[in-house]
Design a protein around this ligand. Structure first.
Ligand SMILES: [Zn+2]
Length: 360
């Protein structure tokens, strides 16, 4: 029997399954990198204990998850993405900054978990926090040196690790942007967040908007492939895990839909999905040596796919208000006492209902 990792319900249903071969094709092109491709396929079969992974969804809280619910380790990330890149700006950065502007931040501390090159921290440094009050965590060595060079106290590894045991009640704010969906043992993550937060501290989390994930998967675009993303969080799933840990889900909002951003991303993603098909033109073009000619061939192939996307776009535009943008953002607060928690979580439930209006 499979138990929902977010709410512990036993009522879950299988959506679909992926094979280790399909998953590897998502991350690597076998024509381009045959050796890495074979290594990755065998790594995934070991990780899953078979050459299959199911995607299931909880019928109570809507949490979607990989089963087995195991995260890819450092070896996975090194095989799948040797050189990670990060966007300089995301909607969730702006949303968190807007939230911080309404809170007292002077003399307070912030830690960004999965900080990348520190693009979010750059925006809050000196505006809300002194550089000496800023802490960053990232597993990637290049990121760690960039973060240290910016003057942030930098940690490697996992917040659940021993090096964080001495940091009880050290942080007023903890951020996890596009990180939590990669993590397994989510109860351990929540236990650790509560431990690290100061009384009345807040966590800001952003994860992929699950409505966009299901849109892509049901319209021939990319699969949100395990073991990169293994959790598909919903407002109800966040609420369930918060309640079980005595934390309060104060706000949960979906990024608003943006037509131009959506179209650009849909063209790229559906081209990438085609490239996962063995023997397809996209697969061949993606494997060409990197050159101007290859870039032109990629653009032409992507454009050629576009007319076939029209029905999917028509669906997306007519459902734009529920579909939303790329991210689901949440503010989670640590409340001081159990009584406090009960009172404020019923208030939060009411606020949550109001605040979780789908943005048009
Ligand atoms: Zn659940």
């Amino acid at each position: 029997m499979t138990i929902c990792p977010a709410c512990r319900s036993v009522s879950t249903a299988k959506l679909f399954e992926v094979t280790a071969d399909e998953a590897s094709r998502h991350f690597l092109n076998p024509r381009q990198e045959p050796v890495r491709f074979r290594k990755l396929t065998s790594y995934l079969s070991d990780l899953w204990g078979s050459n299959m992974c199911d995607i299931r969804r909880c019928t109570d809280c809507g949490f979607g998850f990989a089963d087995p619910f195991v995260a890819g380790g450092i070896e996975f990330y090194n095989l799948a993405w040797a050189h990670p890149s990060y966007p300089a700006m995301r909607w969730e950065y702006a949303r968190t900054i807007e939230e911080l502007a309404d809170l007292r931040t002077d003399g307070k501390t912030v830690m960004d978990v999965g900080a990348g090159f520190g693009f979010f921290l750059d925006r809050v440094k000196n505006k809300f926090f002194k550089p000496s009050d800023i802490f960053a965590v990232d597993y990637n060595e290049t990121s760690q040196s960039v973060l240290s060079s910016k003057g942030f106290t930098t940690f490697s590894g996992d917040v659940r690790g021993d090096s964080f045991d001495r940091l009880e009640e050290s942080f007023d704010f903890i951020c996890l942007f596009q990180v939590f969906e990669h993590m397994d043992n989510v109860d351990d993550v929540f236990t650790r967040l509560k431990f690290l937060l100061k009384p009345h501290g807040s966590v800001f989390i952003a994860v992929p908007n699950e409505n966009r994930t299901y849109y892509m998967e049901s319209h021939g675009s990319l699969i949100d492939m395990p073991p990169n993303h293994i959790g598909r969080w919903t407002k109800q799933a966040f609420d369930a895990i918060c309640r079980r840990h005595g934390l309060q889900l104060t706000k949960c909002e979906r990024e608003p839909f943006n037509l131009l951003g959506f179209l650009k991303q849909d063209i790229v993603n559906s081209y990438l999905r085609k490239g996962e098909e063995p023997g397809s033109l996209s697969e061949f073009v993606r494997a060409l040596p990197r050159s101007k000619a290859q870039r032109i061939a990629q653009a032409l192939t992507a454009l050629a796919i576009s007319p076939s996307r029209l029905p999917a776009w028509a669906y997306a535009v007519s459902n734009a208000s529920t579909l939303g943008g790329n991210a689901l953002w949440a503010r989670i607060d640590k409340v001081s006492s159990p009584t406090d928690a009960t009172e404020t979580s019923s208030q939060a439930a009411i606020n949550g209902q109001e605040q979780f209006q789908e943005s048009a």
